[in-house]
Write a protein that binds this ligand. Sequence first.
Ligand SMILES: Cc1cc2nc3c(=O)[nH]c(=O)nc-3n(C[C@H](O)[C@H](O)[C@H](O)COP(=O)(O)OP(=O)(O)OC[C@H]3O[C@@H](n4cnc5c(N)ncnc54)[C@H](O)[C@@H]3O)c2cc1C
Length: 404
Amino acid sequence: MMDFSFSEEQELLRKTVRQFVDKEIMPYIREWDEKQHFETSILKRLADLGLMGVCIPEQYGGSGMDYNSLAIVCEELERGDTAFRTAVSVHTGLNSMTLLQWGNEQQKQKYLTALAKGYKVGAFGLTEPNAGSDVAAMQTTATKQGDYYILNGSKTWISLCDVADYFLVFAYTDKSKKHHGISAFIVEREWEGFSSKAIKGKLGIRAGNTGELFFDNVKIPKENLVGEEGEGFKIAMSALDNGRFTVAAGACGTIMASLEASLKYCHERSTFGKEIGRHQLVQQMIAKMEAGLQQSRLLVFRAGWLKNQGKRNTRETSLAKWQACDYAYEAANDAVQIHGAYGFSNEYPVERYLRNAKAPVIYEGTREIHTVMQAEYVLGYREDKPLSKTLPAWPFQAVEEVVK
Ligand SMILES: Cc1cc2nc3c(=O)[nH]c(=O)nc-3n(C[C@H](O)[C@H](O)[C@H](O)COP(=O)(O)OP(=O)(O)OC[C@H]3O[C@@H](n4cnc5c(N)ncnc54)[C@H](O)[C@@H]3O)c2cc1C
């Protein structure tokens, strides 16, 4: 059986986030973008609406909605600006959902619950100056010393670097084992030896907070190892299955925003005695946006459906992320084109959409990495093996049953 409808709860969720974005983000975003200012109060207000842990079980402080509800939140947030969707992507998609999947009960009680309620903010530290797509090239190390691991190294391009309280950090515990020597840790900002610094002068997501993390002999209690020693690479990749899902959903929001602005302008602007929307080459750009939006949504909600079923979705999520981000970039580019010279100025929001749409084509797997992944799946060179821990299927079971 196939069902393409949303529940009443999901429709209400969409309406709530849309109203929030229209009221709390749209009127201010141009200024925040210009000033490269990340408005942290938005996270607090998202938490008040239960949106910082929308698909985390209620037992762990979340709203207990399904995974496609997270997609709805991301679509609607990115319609406002990529910065706030990125925040939810790293907080919920990359951090909280990873703890839900891989964390032990103690870690869920101590960290996940605070994150899902939005009392604390989470982030994800994988990339390093010399290790982006090539994760195993990382140099950060965590050396076991009694009841602690001593963390040394740095990360870069980390979203919410100055804002997050808890970071999921990946480091080598045994470099000789290559991928199998990487481990995952929960690191708290307040610990001695931790510092961060924002990157300024970004092309896009200028209303977001992105930057570097530095670890100088940071003492991590051994209880903060997530999963087993050496499972870090697998944990990072499965985290990306969730992060990429949110990025893909957000890309639909960029397409929506590009389409919305373009439709308005098509009716406002006339050339050669008619609305520009009457010119067939302009219609072609509008039609491409609509096709991109509908196709991307189908891919995103299929990936979410697989998550709800508790099924592995690395392949489907990668396809959704790749396609939706490419469509979003094209849609934003066409939106600028439709606006002519006015699109080139920040008097209209479309130039921001174009600048913002570039980062998602790079982060959480570049376009090239996803292209290669898809080719390898089809050619039979890549196959996903079952993971030792899976994301719980939705509807969520009671904690006791999950633990069994
Ligand atoms: C705004 C922003 C926010 C980010 N937030 C986070 C975050 O919160 N946490 C985090 O850990 N990281 C984050 N990142 C980092 C991001 O995930 C990396 O930038 C990304 O993985 C690409 O790595 P790289 O920049 O080192 O590029 P590289 O890996 O050096 O790639 C350079 C170029 O080579 C190509 N290339 C590389 N390998 C191959 C290959 N095998 N086949 C074909 N082409 C290849 C790439 O596609 C790209 O075009 C963020 C980045 C940005 C821009």
